[in-house]
Write a protein that binds this ligand. Sequence first.
Ligand code: C5P
Length: 234
Amino acid sequence: MTSEDRQETADFSVVIPAAGSGSRIGGTRKQFRKLGRYNPLLHCVRAFAVHPRIADIIVVGPEKDLSEIEFFLSDIANYIRVVAGGSSRQESVFNGLSAEGLLDYVLIHDAVRPFVDDALLGRVMAATVEHGAAAPAIPVYDSVRRGDDDTFGRPIPREGLFRVQTPQGFHKEVIVSAHKKAREDGWEGTDDVSLVSRFGRPVYKVDGSGWNLKITAPDDWEMAEALWSYWEQR
Ligand code: C5P
């Protein structure tokens, strides 16, 4: 399928926030650190770029790195744009959503989740088209408690608790209006489901993937390296 054919049939844009400072992991920003052959951002972009319903990928990067990002993404596809991020994830996603000409549906995916595969994408995309808002999640299996640095506080029943992952999918109007409203109200959420469900708009839950690690803490990087050697050979 050529880029031109794809641009006629595709109906999904993707926004990839990649402008974080990586302060919790330290050192080089994890989205640009080599994991196997490529960095996590590049792994993500490659996973989305091969999907026939996707013909618009907006990477949101740190202002000072934009030309470097453009350079390392340049031979993947001609429908990748790179825009500058903001001081929070939400602001970075807002900047991505402000790009001209979004397609009907938008997937939003953290650049620090490189283990995204076709099956997960398929589940999120199907539910997004059917319901206008969808996200993958996995149940919480650990015991959950509040706590401070040293001791535990009260327990939180884990029944009905889920860890919400990305990619999160929305009809374009649903997500753009939720972001505009949150901005007007000065409201900050940690993901896009929280912005959309803020006023009771249901977001459909699909099965997430245990592989879909969010590389956040130093341990996660070691885990990602170990997982990657299996992932590449599947
Ligand atoms: O900070 P958090 O773990 O929520 O980051 C999730 C994703 O959002 C990462 O891919 C990170 O690069 C991105 N982010 C961003 N702009 C920020 C902060 C985080 O694009 N200001």
